[in-house]
Design a protein around this ligand. Sequence first.
Ligand code: MF3
Ligand code: CO
Length: 249
Amino acid sequence: MIKIKASYEIEAMRAAGQITAATFQRLAEAIVPGVTTGELDDIAARFIRSNNATCSFWHYNGYPAHICTSVNGQVVHGIPSKHTVLHEGDIVSIDIGVCYRGYHGDSAKTFPVGKINSEAEKLIRVTRESFYEGLKQAQAGNRIFDIGAAIQGHAEKNGYSVVRSLVGHGVGSALHEDPEVPNFGIAGRGARLLAGMTLAIEPMVNQGTYHVNTLPDQWTVVTADGKLSAHYEHSVLIRDGEAEILTTC
Ligand code: MF3
Ligand code: CO
């Protein structure tokens, strides 16, 4: 069942989304060569709690950290660690969930660590662009797969692949709600979008194959070929015309 949010729920989601976006601003200055992903996890957790909010991922299905930090060939759900040092030239995908007054904001971005090569830069840029191509389709009256088809089209046109086994999702009083929001598919299919639905749209784009594996830690998803992967996610409100991005400040 896809929920239509009431205006008080949307207000709470805007507030959660603002804290999510502000957490990215706080982390951006900390993502430099030599920092550990464990330090980034600490910074994010302290910042979120100082805003009277909680970390949506903490203990979610047993997840052992506050944010996800996925380095280079890691796609999503990388677990922060004080032993994982970021080096010049790495890319790191940061995924943050914030819960405020019972509602969640969910957003992800891939950051360069120091100076990175032009291929890595292009992957980050095309992943962000793919999100915005999907966003253009995220309008009342369109269908779920209009979003995925647009994302897939842009990523593949640039020589990349979209991960199939992980998808975007509804978001609200639960971190993951109906519907699934795939980053691929055939336009015109799937549930019709209605004003008041709130979705997390989150392309995961790979340089090589779309196949992925999960590491023995049971969380970290990695590309099957070890090539780079990037992630870009916002929680958005469906309305007539272009969707409103909730995870912004
Ligand atoms: N943002 C992630 C997603 O939508 C949520 C991570 S769940 C956690 O898939 F368990 F890893 F925290
Ligand atoms: Co998500």
